[in-house]
Design a protein around this ligand. Structure first.
Ligand SMILES: *[C@@H]1O[C@H](CO)[C@@H](O)[C@H](O)[C@H]1NC(C)=O
Ligand SMILES: *[C@@H]1O[C@H](CO)[C@@H](O)[C@H](O)[C@H]1NC(C)=O
Ligand SMILES: *[C@@H]1O[C@H](CO)[C@@H](O)[C@H](O)[C@H]1NC(C)=O
Ligand SMILES: *[C@@H]1O[C@H](CO)[C@@H](O)[C@H](O)[C@H]1NC(C)=O
Ligand SMILES: *[C@@H]1O[C@H](CO)[C@@H](O)[C@H](O)[C@H]1NC(C)=O
Ligand SMILES: *[C@@H]1O[C@H](CO)[C@@H](O)[C@H](O)[C@H]1NC(C)=O
Ligand SMILES: *[C@@H]1O[C@H](CO)[C@@H](O)[C@H](O)[C@H]1NC(C)=O
Ligand SMILES: *[C@@H]1O[C@H](CO)[C@@H](O)[C@H](O)[C@H]1NC(C)=O
Ligand SMILES: *[C@@H]1O[C@H](CO)[C@@H](O)[C@H](O)[C@H]1NC(C)=O
Ligand SMILES: *[C@@H]1O[C@H](CO)[C@@H](O)[C@H](O)[C@H]1NC(C)=O
Ligand SMILES: *[C@@H]1O[C@H](CO)[C@@H](O)[C@H](O)[C@H]1NC(C)=O
Ligand SMILES: *[C@@H]1O[C@H](CO)[C@@H](O)[C@H](O)[C@H]1NC(C)=O
Length: 505
């Protein structure tokens, strides 16, 4: 075994980039997903074969991206919302009275997700029905405290209904960005002040349990770390944590890795150890325009449609920060599809192949915003679609992250590496020889590069059984895995701007 610690020293003496995979296990990962807001309303007007193809591309667990979480948006009725496709229908008619034919557009993909066997199905809400909001609208108001019992009953009834239809929600998120009422009404939203959130969470969890449902509550989908640090101490403690399956957050301030580490560890401390979930992000560009081409640049909320590896690796870097620093147990991109391409396909049929400053990086797959007049039902898969597949496949539900060293987000190196166990028996390392299940590694620079993977000396790496690569020219392509060296190391030779998943079992 002596050669391995020695090898570690040599790697650094020689200046070769290398990381060590350890047997130190960290958090369990419970899903990688995206949401069904609000493209489902456009896709309802598409030919059936395209609609079905989108289901296969996103949700098929063997042939497609294989999202392991699908977030169904339960609409509030869209009252007051000015963007037609963001005005989601609700089944609510009046307290205890429902119209289960409502939201056929959204429930189409919900049923697809169940039929395709997506393991985590989340119901999330932007706004309660209008009889429960302070302004009788689906945007710009507050959740009415006296109506929390009615709201909880409504959510329980909707989840019970779907269970009777064979669609079992594993999770429910009763408030999405409750720090914002969305008074601009471009979409649904309601404010739920921090003082209301414990009641919503605990009474919803009790109501679900009383109805015989195993659905777990996740909350509170704070928009950014600044909301999170001010709001969570108001409502979240270890008692409330007993009603919570996940303490979820967004990251629209794009807080750096060390801030994420501190803030979300604080959250787990507050809640008595409830896992933190990263449940939404999109829409970014380099905070400093001098880093416009740098995939590891600090990011800021911004427009820009970028279907290339640049945005793909920026997303992968966010996943890496979330898993390595925030130590989140779940990771979701915002919407699965978007039409925010920022250009006009009828004027330039290839415009969505390039970066467009007026569009948005909010989808994984794109469609023509002018489909109604052009009858162009083509779709465009952004590189983010393929990059996310490195995680849906490399990090299945129940994966356990293994620490790798170094894991710094601040050094000059442009590689970021993650390692995972999967088979439950490996958790104790009794039967599986310490072999990791997968390694996800990215070369986030506009230069070819190599990296050497070694063990930390307490186990031996084995020959990878398969390797997949996404790069400027390849889309989750199976490529020849590197041969295990006699000294137990693995060298990945990477083209510029590429991400790899290696499987060992
Ligand atoms: C291990 O073997 C590989 C391939 O032969 C070589 O590139 C690398 O330098 C070796 N590492 C050490 C620490 O000897
Ligand atoms: C589904 O869409 C993909 C990506 O555009 C395309 O390559 C494929 O041919 C489509 N499949 C079907 C069955 O339409
Ligand atoms: C139920 O919702 C569907 C779809 O929006 C609508 O067409 C129908 O009229 C509604 N039925 C009732 C009884 O409200
Ligand atoms: C997923 O795709 C595979 C390969 O095309 C197909 O055999 C399978 O039936 C699909 N699964 C579902 C649930 O449709
Ligand atoms: C909301 O509707 C209720 C019941 O119809 C009514 O009493 C109340 O005045 C309305 N509130 C607003 C802000 O319009
Ligand atoms: C936790 O928060 C709930 C809701 O605010 C409160 O009722 C309870 O007393 C708190 N428990 C502790 C131990 O602070
Ligand atoms: C991360 O952000 C915090 C808060 O803005 C700042 O104080 C800290 O210096 C940053 N750390 C790094 C490594 O950039
Ligand atoms: C979380 O709790 C642990 C154990 O008490 C403590 O060491 C750590 O500093 C706390 N972290 C934060 C960010 O509060
Ligand atoms: C069409 O858009 C692509 C991608 O942005 C761009 O490279 C190309 O120059 C455009 N073509 C024309 C004719 O403007
Ligand atoms: C698209 O056409 C359908 C009817 O074919 C119509 O209901 C819908 O409002 C149109 N959408 C837009 C955005 O124009
Ligand atoms: C690629 O690497 C070379 C050699 O280290 C360096 O001079 C060059 O600046 C790098 N190019 C980019 C785009 O980083
Ligand atoms: C690693 O492999 C070496 C050489 O085959 C062997 O001597 C050693 O026992 C192995 N170590 C472990 C932890 O399996």
């Amino acid at each position: 075994m002596a050669f391995q610690p020695l090898g570690f020293v040599f790697l650094f003496l020689l200046g070769v980039q290398g990381v060590q995979i350890t047997t130190t296990t960290r958090q369990t990962i419970y899903g990688v997903g995206a949401s069904g807001a609000w493209w489902v309303n456009d896709l309802a007007l598409y030919p059936n074969d395209v609609r079905q193809n989108i289901s296969d591309l996103l949700l098929n667990q063997t042939a497609g991206l294989g999202l392991t979480d699908y977030r169904y948006n339960l609409g509030g009725g869209g009252v007051g919302v000015t963007t037609w496709d963001r005005a989601a229908e609700t089944p609510y008619v009046s307290d205890g009275v429902y119209n289960w034919s409502a939201d056929a557009a959204g429930t189409y993909y919900l049923k697809e997700a169940a039929q395709q066997g997506v393991p985590v199905l989340t119901l999330f809400v932007n706004s309660a029905p209008t009889t429960m909001t302070s302004n009788n609208q689906s945007c710009g108001g507050d959740l009415v405290t006296d109506r929390i019992p009615a709201y909880v009953q409504y959510l329980t009834d909707v989840i019970s209904h779907w269970k009777s239809e064979g669609v079992e929600f594993t999770h429910v998120s009763p408030m999405n960005e409750p720090d914002d009422s969305f008074s601009s009404c471009g979409q649904e939203g309601m404010q739920v002040v921090p003082q209301q959130r414990a009641e919503v969470v605990t009474t919803l969890a009790a109501s679900l349990k009383a109805a015989g449902l195993s659905t777990q509550v996740i909350a509170d989908e704070s928009s950014e770390t600044s909301n999170y640090v001010s709001d969570e101490p108001v409502w979240l403690n270890a008692t409330v944590g007993e009603s919570l399956g996940g303490n979820c957050h967004h990251l629209y301030d794009f807080a750096n890795a060390t801030t994420q580490q501190e803030v979300f560890e604080y959250g787990r401390n507050l809640s008595g150890g409830v896992p933190t979930w990263f449940t939404e992000i999109c829409c970014y560009n380099a905070a400093d325009s001098s880093e416009a081409d740098d995939p590891l640049a600090a990011l800021t909320y911004s427009s820009q449609y970028d279907p290339t590896m640049l945005s793909g690796l920026r997303m992968a870097h966010l996943v890496w920060q979330s898993f390595t620093y925030a130590e989140d147990s779940h990771w979701d991109w915002w919407t699965a599809l978007s039409n925010e391409i920022g250009c006009t396909l009828s004027e330039n049929s290839t415009c969505w192949d390039g970066i467009q400053s007026d569009g948005w990086d909010d989808g994984l797959i794109y469609y023509d915003p002018d489909y109604n007049s052009t009858q162009n039902y083509d779709i465009k898969l952004a590189k983010r679609y393929y990059v996310l597949k490195h995680f849906t496949k490399g990090v299945p539900i129940g994966s356990i992250r293994r620490a790798v060293t170094p894991d710094s987000d601040t050094d000059d190196g442009a590689w970021r590496v993650l390692a995972f166990d999967y088979d439950a028996s490996c958790e104790q390392y009794s039967t599986c020889d310490y072999t990791p299940y997968s390694v996800v590694a990215m070369n986030a620079q506009w230069n070819a590069s190599s990296i050497t993977l070694t063990s930390d000396g307490t186990f031996n790496l084995t020959q990878p059984t398969a390797m997949y690569r996404t790069s400027v020219t390849e889309d989750y392509a199976e490529v020849q895995a590197p041969a295990l060296s006699a000294n137990g190391s693995l060298v990945i030779d990477a083209p510029e701007m590429s991400i790899f998943t290696l499987f060992f079992q």
